[in-house]
Write a new protein. Sequence first.
Length: 108
Amino acid sequence: MKKITLLITVLLLSLSLFSMPAFAENPLVGSWSNEKIKLTIKANHKYTYTVKILGVKKTFIGKWSTKGKTLTFNYTLLGKRTKAATYSFSKGNLLLKQNGKTSHLKRR
C-alpha cells in the first residue's frame, strides 16, 4: 500500500512539473511602438528596431540581452555596435531610458 501511495505521489509531482513552462515568459517579448519607434523583441533573443528620424525610417536587426534592468541591443552598422538602455514598465507600457531621455512604448 505504501508503494502504491508513493508511486501515485511521484506521478502527480511529475505531472505538475511537466505542465509548467520550462522558462518564465519574459515581459519584454512582444511588439512595442510609439510615433517614432517600432520595436519587436522575440523570445529567441533577436529583435527588430525601426526608428523614424526626419521622416526617414531606419531599421536595425540584431540580438538583445538583459542584465538587471539594462536592456542591450547588439547590431552591425559599419562594424559591431551596442546600445544599452534601462527599462521599466508603467501601466503596461515599456519605458526605455537612454542618455536622460525616456521613450514610452505601448504594446501592439
